[in-house]
Design a protein around this ligand. Structure first.
Ligand SMILES: [Cu+2]
Length: 149
């Protein structure tokens, strides 16, 4: 319940501006040292106009963070990010993050579980796995937010 209130107030703080004058909230990424696909995702987010701060932690601390945020283990990926009170887990395309901010649902955030080839930061020449971006509810339940084929 406390998380829900926090999320609501965080979402309310982000007021969408008129199209073309969008101001994007800062993104905080927590990643393990030496994770290059995580760096790839950071570049992707910066290219989309986000200001991204990166913090490196041990794999154990990263796991602890995911648990503390209430992310079910089956949704885990490499890096974990936070933006406007939402959790963004893994290689979520920037356009999905923008759409989440526009809609500002009451939710924990978005997740792309695992590390599908072809997702932002996971570019593999000649390979593109279909994947879904999931909307993770405050209770940890996931539904499809966007399909990427
Ligand atoms: Cu990755």
């Amino acid at each position: 319940m406390r998380r829900r209130i926090l999320l609501m107030s965080a979402a309310a703080m982000w007021v969408p501006l008129a199209a073309g004058a969008r101001e994007l909230p800062p993104v905080e990424v927590v990643k393990a040292k030496g994770c290059s696909c995580c760096e790839g995702w950071v570049k992707h987010m910066r290219a989309a106009g986000f200001t991204v701060a990166v913090e490196e932690r041990s794999p154990e601390e990263l796991e602890q963070l995911k648990r503390a945020l209430g992310l079910p283990e089956e949704l885990w990926s490499c890096h974990t990010a936070r933006v406007a009170g939402y959790v963004i887990e893994g290689h979520v395309p920037s356009e999905d993050v923008v759409r989440l901010l526009d809609r500002s649902p009451i939710a924990l955030g978005l997740a792309v579980p695992g590390m599908p080839a072809g997702s932002p930061g996971m570019e593999v020449p000649g390979r593109r796995d279909p994947y879904d971006t999931l909307l993770v509810g405050s209770d940890g339940r996931a539904t499809v937010f966007a399909r990427h084929r």
